[in-house]
Design a protein. Structure first.
Length: 348
């Protein structure tokens, strides 16, 4: 008889060391050790955790933020790179799966950044590499468009895991692309706050989106939002009390873990920095699928047809190169030199 995993998930409602990649990775590793010591098997960090979410977008006019962008570009994480290798080695040593939000850089351009989520397996391998498809609103001032290469659900010892970044969780086509791949555990990542929202409550949106995906996909969702410290607020305000007051008044985003009936598996974490834990039993998805199965009997694929292009937005293709080694599935802890590409021919 087929059985499905039971495990403990951890949503990291935590702050980076603002714009400091090395110290943020140090903090992340310490938090991973803490969560692993408390029995967590899946550890989920917020959107753009390394080294920060570029909240300065909403504080000043674009022309006044060039210095922040330069600092963020200099602090960007490359995949592969030493920061990713360090996380992979820790994942393998502690036998945990890690979801990490990063500001990703590229050797193709010193000014190109992506809002990226990487999923690292408990064997130290990179399971998925997803770049946010479309940056939201003012985020376009920092991040380039991603692509469909990371719209994948991957097999892990904890079940079939997929994930989306922030507003992607209200994109029904992106969500269906994951539902149709048999997603069982969904990862949703968010920033600490959203200023100048035009009356929109992102905190309420996190709850609505989490409930919607859990009930439509019949999955568990681990939603991790960043926490913004007073130290980061002071750095961003640069002595301007009005800007500091605006950040203090900004609505804090919650972290939550929800089940396939939209039931909370643990109290919501919002106002304090910390780690949210919950037990997950993938077997709980089965009966809910009997009621509504959008990847099965509850759909009409003779009427609806969704095609997802998984090619990558590479700036150039060199046709003389006959072979390209795929990065997904490679052991990140291997000391051998690795040549990676974001090839659309990733292993399913």
């Amino acid at each position: 008889m087929r059985t499905y995993p039971k495990f403990k998930a951890a949503a990291m409602h935590v702050s980076p060391v603002f714009l400091d990649t090395r110290k943020t990775v140090d903090k992340a590793c310490s938090l991973i050790e803490e969560a692993a010591n408390n029995g967590a098997n899946l550890i989920v960090f917020p959107e753009a955790f390394i080294p920060c979410f570029p909240i300065w977008h909403s504080l000043r006019a674009p022309g006044l933020n060039h210095g922040y962008f330069q600092r963020l570009a200099a602090a960007a994480v490359h995949v592969p790179g030493p920061e990713v290798r360090r996380l992979a080695e820790l994942a393998k040593r502690r036998d945990v799966v890690i979801s990490m939000g990063i500001n990703e850089g590229t050797t193709a351009s010193i000014g190109c950044l992506w809002n990226t989520n990487i999923l690292i397996g408990n064997d130290g391998c990179l399971l998925n590499h997803h770049r946010k498809i479309v940056p939201t609103y003012m985020e376009k001032l920092t991040w380039a468009n991603g692509d469909g290469a990371g719209l994948r659900v991957v097999d892990t010892p904890l079940g079939r895991i997929g994930g989306l970044i922030c507003a992607e969780n209200c994109n029904p086509l992106a969500r269906h692309a994951l539902i149709a791949q048999g997603e069982q555990v969904h990862i949703a990542t968010y920033p600490s706050t959203w200023l100048n929202g035009g009356g929109m409550s992102l905190a309420e949106g996190v709850r609505i989106r989490t409930e919607a995906h859990c009930t439509e996909a019949k999955v568990f969702t681990v939603a991790a939002s960043m926490y913004l410290t007073d130290t980061a607020k002071d750095l961003l305000a640069e002595g301007d009390m009005k800007l500091r007051e605006a950040m203090d008044a900004g609505e804090r985003n919650p972290s939550m873990i929800m089940g396939p009936s939209a039931e909370l598996k643990a109290p919501v974490l919002r106002d304090d920095e910390g780690i949210l834990y919950a037990d997950i039993d993938v077997n709980d998805c089965i009966v809910q699928k009997q009621f509504h199965d959008l990847a099965g009997y509850m759909n009409r694929f003779d009427i609806f047809d969704l095609t997802v292009d998984r090619s990558t937005n590479d700036p150039v293709t060199f046709s003389a190169v006959r072979g390209r080694r795929e990065h997904v599935g490679l052991d990140l802890t291997d000391d051998a030199d690795i040549v990676w590409s974001r090839s659309p021919q990733a292993a399913e």
